[in-house]
Design a binder for this molecule. Structure first.
Ligand SMILES: Cc1cc2nc3c(=O)[nH]c(=O)nc-3n(C[C@H](O)[C@H](O)[C@H](O)COP(=O)(O)OP(=O)(O)OC[C@H]3O[C@@H](n4cnc5c(N)ncnc54)[C@H](O)[C@@H]3O)c2cc1C
Length: 466
C-alpha cells in the first residue's frame, strides 16, 4: 500500500496527497450516526483512511485512478464530497479518499435555457447563492444538509429536498454528467444538453444513486428555475394521522401540488411544535398571485374535508426558522444521554398507515429504544416517504437491532428501504431483499466498469456485502 501512495505522490505532487495522521483524522467518518456514536459517546478512536488525494482538476482524478489501477493490489477508493452521508457511504477507513472540495466552480449559468453547469465538488449552498444572485434563480433543491452537501454527493446518493413534491428530486434536475470512470477514462454522458432524448437507455440514471462505485462525477448540468415570487403557507391539526394521509393523497391525485407538505405524527409534533396532535405544515408557491391563491383555496377545502383544522401560519414559520438546526438538535439529544438515527422509507398510499404502525410497534420493543416518531413528506401521486427518527440509549447492539427491525418491517409492508439517504454500509445487507436478482445486474455493470474488482467504493462492503 505504501508503494501506491509513493506513486501517487510522484504523479500528482506532494501537496495533493495528504498522509499526515492529524490531517487524515478529519476524514475518519462521515455523518453516519453509528460512527458519530462510537466517536462522540463511546469515545472510540475511528480508523483512518490510508491517504487523501485532493485533486485540482478532472485530469488529476483521471491520473490518480490510472496510477491506482496500475499496481497489483486492489486499493479501495472512496469519493468524498461534503461527507454528509448518514449511511457510511463516504466512510473511507483503510481506503484512499478522493476529496472533491477543490473542484468547486460554477462554470456557466444559462438563464434562458434554465441550465447551470457546475463542478461536482461545489457545495449546494454556494451554487444556490450564486444562482440567487444571478437574477433570482434557484435549483429549488433544499435538503436539510443544504450547508454541507456537494452537487456530486447529492447526485451520487439520489437526494431529495424539502421542496421535492413540486420541483422533483435530484434525478429530475440532472441533464448531463461528466464522469471519470474507474479506469481513469473521462467522458460526458451526452454530447448535448437537451430536455429529453430517446437515444437508448439514459446513462445518467446509472450514475444517479451509484454512491461513488461506478465512477467519479466531476461535472453536472442541472436545470434551474426562477425563485418563486408568491408563497402561501400555514398549518392544520388532525385528530388522527390517517386523516392527514387521506388529505395528502387527495391533493396529489387531484394535482393540487404543494411545494412543502410535512405531516408530523403526534410524537414529532409534540417535540418540535409543542402540539399533541398530528400536524400538517404546508405551502404553495409560484409566479402568479391568483394561481397560488386558487391552489391554496382548493387545498384548504380538501384538507378541511378530511378533518383538518387550520391553526395559523406560526408552525410553518417555526419550521422555516429551525429546519437547519442540526448540530443544536444533536447536542440536546446527547444532554439526555441518548442517541438517534433517522430512517426514511417510501411506500404507496394504501400501505402507509400499516407500515407506520408496524414500524413503530416493532422498534419500540427494542430494549434501549426510548422513542420513535415520524413525519410524512416528499409526496407523489401514488405514495410518499415516511421519515422516522429513533431515539435510543447509545449501544451498538441496540443500534443494529433497530436497523434490522426497521428494514424487515419496511420490506414486509411492501416499502422501499430507502427514499433518499441511500444504501451506504448500513443498508447493504438488505439490498438483495429489495432488488432480488436485479442486484446481479448491478454487479455485472460494476464488474464491467471497474474490472480491477472494486476499486471504487465497494471494498468496504457497500452494495455487495457478500
Ligand atoms: C443533517 C443532515 C441532513 C440531511 N438531509 C438530507 C435531505 O434532506 N435529503 C437528502 O437527500 N439527504 C439528506 N442528508 C444525507 C446527505 O446529505 C445526502 O445524502 C447528500 O447527498 C450527501 O452529499 P455529500 O456531498 O455530503 O456526499 P458524501 O457524504 O461526501 O458522499 C455520499 C456518497 O456519494 C459519493 N460521492 C460523493 N461525491 C461524489 C462524486 N463527485 N462522484 C461520485 N460519487 C460521489 C460518496 O462516495 C458516497 O458514496 C442529510 C445528511 C445530514 C448529515
Amino acid at each position: 500500500m505504501r508503494d501506491v501512495i509513493e506513486r501517487l505522490i510522484n504523479a500528482l505532487g506532494r501537496d495533493k496527497v495528504i498522509t499526515s495522521d492529524e490531517a487524515l483524522r478529519r476524514y475518519s467518518r462521515d455523518f453516519w450516526p453509528l460512527l458519530m456514536m462510537r466517536e462522540q459517546l463511546l469515545n472510540e478512536e475511528l480508523p483512518k483512511p490510508l491517504a487523501v488525494i485532493v485533486p485540482e482538476s478532472v485530469n488529476d482524478i483521471s491520473l490518480a485512478l490510472r496510477v491506482i489501477n496500475e499496481g497489483s493490489d486492489v486499493v479501495p477508493v472512496v469519493v468524498y464530497g461534503g461527507g454528509s452521508s448518514v449511511t457510511g457511504a463516504s466512510y473511507g477507513a483503510g481506503s484512499i479518499i478522493i476529496d472533491m472540495s477543490k473542484l468547486n466552480r460554477v462554470i456557466d449559468i444559462n438563464t434562458y435555457d434554465s441550465l447551470v453547469t457546475v463542478e461536482a465538488g461545489a457545495r449546494l449552498r454556494d451554487v444556490e447563492t450564486k444562482l440567487n444572485e444571478v437574477g433570482g434563480y434557484s435549483l429549488r433543491h433544499i435538503p436539510q444538509s443544504f450547508n454541507y452537501a456537494t452537487i456530486g454527493g447529492l447526485i451520487a446518493t439520489m437526494s431529495s429536498g424539502q421542496y421535492s413534491t413540486l420541483y422533483g428530486n435530484i434525478e429530475d434536475m440532472v441533464i448531463n454528467l461528466e464522469i471519470v470512470l474507474p479506469n481513469g477514462e473521462i467522458t460526458w454522458l451526452r454530447s448535448n444538453n437537451v430536455p429529453r432524448a430517446s437515444t437508448g437507455p439514459s446513462l445518467k440514471y446509472l450514475f444517479i444513486g451509484s454512491e461513488g462505485m461506478l465512477g467519479v462525477i466531476t461535472k453536472a448540468v442541472l436545470r434551474i428555475v426562477p425563485l418563486p415570487t408568491h408563497t402561501i403557507y400555514g398549518a392544520y391539526r388532525f385528530n388522527t394521522l390517517e386523516q392527514g394521509v387521506e388529505a395528502l393523497r387527495e391533493l396529489m391525485v387531484k394535482r393540487v401540488v404543494p411545494a412543502v407538505a410535512r405531516l408530523y405524527d403526534e410524537q414529532e409534533a409534540s417535540i418540535r411544535f409543542g402540539i399533541n396532535k398530528p400536524l400538517l405544515i404546508i405551502s404553495f408557491e409560484g409566479y402568479y398571485d391568483d394561481l397560488v391563491q386558487a391552489l391554496w383555496r382548493r387545498a384548504d377545502e380538501v384538507i378541511r374535508g378530511h378533518g383538518g383544522e387550520y391553526v395559523g401560519s406560526k408552525y410553518f414559520e417555526d419550521w422555516l426558522r429551525t429546519r437547519f438546526n442540526v448540530e443544536e438538535e444533536m447536542e440536546t439529544i446527547k444532554k439526555y444521554g441518548l442517541w438517534f438515527d433517522t430512517i426514511e422509507v417510501s411506500t404507496t398510499w394504501s400501505r402507509i398507515n400499516q407500515l407506520y404502525k408496524d414500524f413503530r410497534d416493532s422498534l419500540l420493543r427494542v430494549s434501549g429504544v426510548v422513542g420513535v416518531m415520524a413525519h410524512i413528506s416528499h409526496l407523489y401521486i401514488n405514495g410518499a416517504c415516511i421519515y422516522f427518527t429513533v431515539l435510543f440509549r447509545p449501544d451498538e447492539n441496540t443500534y443494529w437491532e433497530i436497523w434490522d427491525r426497521a428494514m424487515e418491517t419496511t420490506l414486509r409492508n411492501g416499502g422501499s428501504i430507502s427514499h433518499h439517504h441511500g444504501i451506504g454500509i448500513v443498508r447493504s445487507r438488505w439490498l438483495r431483499h429489495e432488488l432480488g436478482n436485479a442486484l446481479d445486474v448491478l454487479r455485472s455493470i460494476k464488474a464491467a466498469l471497474d474490472s480491477k474488482g472494486g476499486v471504487l467504493n465497494v471494498k468496504k462492503g457497500m452494495f455487495f456485502p457478500d
